[in-house]
Write a protein that binds this ligand. Structure first.
Ligand SMILES: *Cc1c(COP(=O)(O)O)cnc(C)c1O
Length: 295
């Protein structure tokens, strides 16, 4: 599943940020791979290497009806010739017409299994042995795809940025925290990571990132923090103000802005420019973690 690495690093000239004394660059991870874009490729790549090395021929993962991680897993399995199962939250979906996201997963060869919310919770929170009995030798990826290997994959992002130092802040959206955990771990000394929560998760998300650091590296990192003022009301919520901010950014800078994650991160960069989070003289490198949905 070859990717186009390193992904481009491009400077963005913006008068609003210039007035705050802040530079902005975009790390275009949305261009990493044609069918598995963005941070989903970063997080899947080491897991797939492991699956192949261990002779697993099937991937199993979990998610909601519109999960980007589920679609990305289906596309990655297809690229590698592996079988793949998606366990989807919501048994009522089994008989409903497939939405575009599930249709794409199925078109890539994923077998879908619909379960009730209660079953989903039980299975997705770690009863993996039953899954193996059911599906045979398989690599099980958690909902959202964040595990220790995924964190190691995301740690490659800052390593592709050649000149990070004391004035640099690498920014990313935070859904499950795997991407932020990896970026923080991959930074050189002095660099800082800034996560922007895309859902209401104050406290919870910090705990998740810390857990991921423990499982990937057996230690904690102190070079990151999460901002919680830019989730726009919750996961998937895109208030009109956020939408018009993103539309204006697209128009000014000629790049498509994914709304549920990337727009919230960029909104935070603009909102925090000139404050202690991004003081005058600092340079923000915003990781473009994905592409807009096709519909
Ligand atoms: C899944 C996703 C994220 C969230 O990444 P986590 O590692 O779960 O925090 C961020 N941006 C985009 C575009 C995504 O699709």
């Amino acid at each position: 599943m070859p990717a186009d690495l390193p992904t481009p690093l491009v400077a963005v000239a913006d008068p609003v940020l210039a007035r705050a004394g802040v530079e902005l660059r975009l790390k275009r991870d949305d261009l990493a791979h044609p069918t598995v874009p963005g941070n989903k490729w970063r997080k899947l790549a080491p897991n797939l290497e492991r699956a192949l090395a261990e002779g697993c021929t099937r991937l199993v993962t979990f998610g909601g009806a519109y999960s980007t991680h589920v679609r990305a897993t289906a596309a990655a399995a297809q690229a590698l010739g592996l079988a793949c199962v998606g366990v989807i939250r919501g048994e009522e979906l089994a008989t409903a017409p497939r939405n575009w996201s599930l249709r794409a997963a199925e078109a890539a060869g994923m077998e879908l299994e619909f379960v009730s919310r209660a079953e989903f919770r039980a299975v997705a929170t770690g009863e993996y042995h039953d899954l193996e009995r059911r599906w045979g030798r398989c690599l099980v990826l958690p909902e959202g795809g964040s595990n220790a290997l995924a964190v190691a994959g995301a740690a490659e992002i800052p390593r592709e940025i050649p000149d990070l130092g004391e004035r640099d802040v690498v920014c990313c959206p935070v859904g499950t925290g795997g991407t932020l955990a990896g970026i923080a771990a991959g930074l050189p000394p002095g660099g800082r990571a800034m996560g922007v929560a895309v859902l209401r998760g104050e406290g919870y998300l910090e705990t998740e990132v810390t857990k991921l650091h423990h499982s990937a590296y057996g230690r904690e990192f102190a070079n990151w923090r999460i901002h919680h003022g830019y989730h726009g009301g919750g996961y998937g919520r895109v208030p009109a103000e956020l939408d018009s901010f993103a539309a204006e950014f697209e128009q000014r800078h000629g790049i498509a802005v994914e709304r549920r994650y990337v727009a919230k991160m960029l909104h935070a960069v603009y909102g925090l420019a000139g404050t202690a989070a991004l003081p005058p003289g600092s340079r923000a490198t915003a990781v473009v973690t994905g592409l807009p949905d096709p519909v």
